[in-house]
Design a protein around this ligand. Structure first.
Ligand code: ATP
Length: 661
């Protein structure tokens, strides 16, 4: 393959530099280097996956400490789930870890909980820098702020869109993550090339699959996730346990695939649990970790002899990987041995040399972090393009997985018919006309409220995908929010609203004027929109479906109780009655009540044509002002404000989701 340039560097075109501070000589050099790269990138007119894209990643004295919650005292063990019984405690996960990963297959091995994933996250710049000390360098320079978005990182869980095909997932990744300068032809070339490299030709146009939709195999799904990173053509590819959950042959095929990539110059770094020998021997280097410390880093061929010198003998037919893991388990139980092996590792010649090389950089470490924060990163695509690609995916998702949309539509038809039959052709009599009319309004608001609970599920089920894509810099939160609104929340309210209103309004026999039907339609739509906004906010705040659902139901029930239909609001305790002002459903039912009752007269049911009660009197009794049109529209205004407020809250919650882990 032809290699005209380095697309990893090309991705830097998506980075702009704002107010770089020039107080530090070392950083000045970096800045010059980066701007040179950026300038060079703009002149590139052809992209191909480079055969020799290699990078060396070194890390020095990495310490990672988190705030962990611990139970305060023994008595509190009885109530461990209550947050106020927990105290913040510092927990060190990584202890002075240093090392160097060059192009090739670099494995990180160790027992569960030894800090493999944490180290990978640190190397990928996905941890909060406040919890970290130490230095990570790429080709002897500090990582660029965009490193997190340009490095390939395949998380342990296979996160990609299940309703899209393998090829569509790759396109989604390349469309959103590569700079806009890259042409369609070049992207197509790259996607085709990655599909070929990963051996995905046979299933390229098969849907990946979800829990309920059979798709590609586990190995193919894993390779799709790898492909979504490879389309960026990263020099460094990090993978968290790429073989977990795969059978032996699929694990081998994934590892062979990675081996191929490494032979083409990429630096592949991955954590792995108990590899078979056939896999173990493909590694170029292995790093053994134990309780957050590194105790060996070198060739897999030297493992047995290295540990033998420390008193651990490998049995004749034992797999060296199993043997090493047994050694690690033994070492983890013996703190003295662990410290001894860790000290030996830290003082090995190679390591000392590496530290010597970057001594100057180490002293500038604090400055480097501060400087990194000052760079502003811009997304690779324009807002319009991001909305387009996200909407395209959402629509495909809806069309290919129509259960939710169909059930929402069907439920609207059924409830519309039910309301129509229950309150069929309302009479304008005092008994039972008035009561039935009020009952119909209450039923309509209640049913529309409850049918909006469905808005919780899609966001919660997509939260893992959203967090992953946000961390990997696929799109801005704003564009995700707009696409969700335009292609998911709004259509799911508009169509059912029209169907429900069209059926129920005329069957029930509310006033048949165009204006009143429009107010009815608008009220139903706004009720749905408010319900969606509230559910969106709850789903963005609480990620456990059952908890989110129960909270949404609780809020809906309280709001329904304060509509004024179940209890006379003037008789409620004064310290409780303020809830009526935040009951969106009171505003909705007020709109319907005022619109329908105003100007009506209600007759006696004995057909005497004596009509002693007017709709205006009923509105007066219910305390609903109706003198002018503002009295009606102020309810619409309040409903709109509350919907906007909850959409804003939902957006803030999305922003608050941490990019780092
Ligand atoms: N944010 C955190 N708060 C508290 N403890 C944490 C946090 N992050 C990691 N840990 C702890 O740090 C240790 C190392 O976690 P890590 O996920 O890095 O281990 P691992 O070697 O990848 O484990 P596994 O192989 O089981 O995935 C674990 O004991 C984990 O519970």
């Amino acid at each position: 393959m032809k290699t005209n340039t380095d697309p990893h560097q090309m991705a830097l075109t998506s980075v702009v530099y704002r107010n770089p501070v020039t107080s530090n000589t070392h950083y000045n050099e970096l800045e010059v280097r980066h701007s040179l790269l950026a300038r060079r990138a703009t002149s590139i007119n052809r992209i191909s996956i480079p055969e020799h894209a290699s990078a060396t990643l070194t890390f020095h004295n990495i310490n990672y400490i988190v705030e962990a919650k611990s139970i305060l005292n023994k008595q509190c063990l009885k109530c461990p789930n209550l947050p106020f019984f927990k105290a913040q405690q510092q927990k060190q996960i990584l202890f002075d870890v240093s090392g160097k990963f060059m192009n090739g297959m670099n494995a990180i091995l160790g027992p569960s909980g030894c800090g493999k994933s944490s180290l990978l996250d640190v190397l990928a710049d996905r941890k909060d820098s406040n919890d970290l000390s130490g230095l990570v360098l790429v080709d002897e320079a500090p990582r660029h702020p965009s490193f997190r978005y340009t490095v390939g990182y395949v998380v342990q869980e296979n996160i990609c869109s299940g309703t899209l095909t393998v090829r569509e997932n790759l396109w989604f990744s390349i469309n959103l993550r590569m700079p806009k300068e890259i042409s369609m032809t070049e992207k197509n070339q790259r996607v085709t090339c990655v599909i070929k490299e990963l051996g995905l030709e046979a299933c390229a146009d098969t849907r990946v699959g979800t829990d309920f939709l059979r798709g590609v195999s586990g190995g193919e799904k894993k390779r799709t996730c790898i492909g979504m990173e490879l389309v960026l053509s990263p020099k460094i590819l990090l993978l968290d346990e790429p073989t977990t959950g795969l059978d032996a042959s699929t694990a081998s095929s994934v590892m062979n695939c990675l081996k191929d990539l490494s032979q083409r110059g990429r630096t592949i770094i991955f954590s792995i649990h108990q590899p078979r020998y056939s896999i173990f021997k493909t590694f170029d280097t292995v790093m053994f970790m134990c309780k957050g410390r590194c105790i060996y880093h070198g060739s897999p061929r030297d493992v047995v002899s290295y540990f033998a010198t420390h008193g651990y003998q490998c049995e004749q037919y034992d797999n060296p990987a199993d043997y090493a893991l047994d050694v690690l388990i033994d070492v983890s139980r013996n703190l003295d041995t662990l410290m001894r092996l860790n000290n030996i590792y830290n003082t090995t010649n190679a390591n000392v040399l590496a530290l010597h090389h970057i001594k100057e950089s180490l002293t500038n470490n604090n400055n480097i972090e501060q400087e990194r924060q000052k760079y502003k990163i811009e997304a690779a695509r324009s807002i319009k393009a991001e909305i387009f690609y996200l909407s395209q995916r959402t629509l495909r998702n809806t069309v290919r997985n129509p259960a939710l949309a169909l059930s929402q539509t069907l439920v609207s038809i059924v409830i519309g018919l039910l309301a129509g039959l229950l309150f069929y052709n309302l009479k304008r009599t005092i008994e039972p006309g008035v009561q039935n009319r009020l009952g119909a309004i209450f039923f309509i608001i209640l049913s529309q409220t409850l049918s909006n609970l469905t808005a919780i599920e899609p966001l919660i089920s997509e939260s893992a995908l959203f967090i992953h894509e946000r961390t990997s810099g696929y799109y801005r939160i704003f564009t995700f929010f707009i696409a969700k609104l335009l292609c998911d929340l709004l259509p799911m309210r508009v169509i059912p609203t029209i169907l429900f209103s069209g059926i129920s309004y005329f069957m029930i026999g509310f006033n048949r004027t165009g204006g009143q039907f429009f107010i009815f339609l608008l009220t139903i739509f706004m009720t749905g929109l408010f319900g969606s906004a509230l559910c969106f906010f709850i789903a963005a705040t609480i990620h456990v479906f059952a908890v989110a659902l129960i909270i949404a139901i609780l809020i809906f029930v309280v709001m329904t109780m304060f509509t004024g239909f179940l209890v006379d609001l003037s008789s409620v305790f004064s310290w409780l009655s303020w809830i009526q002002w935040i009951s969106a459903f009171r505003y909705a039912s007020n709109m319907l009540t005022i619109s329908d009752f105003k100007g009506l007269t209600f007759c006696l049911s004995n057909a005497t044509n004596f009509c002693p009660l007017t709709g205006d009197e009923i509105l007066d009794t219910r305390g609903l002002a109706h003198a002018n049109s503002w009295d009606l529209w102020k309810n619409f205004f309040a409903l709109t404000i509350m919907s906007i407020m909850f959409f804003v809250f939902a957006y803030i919650q999305l922003l608050r989701m941490k990019k780092t882990k």
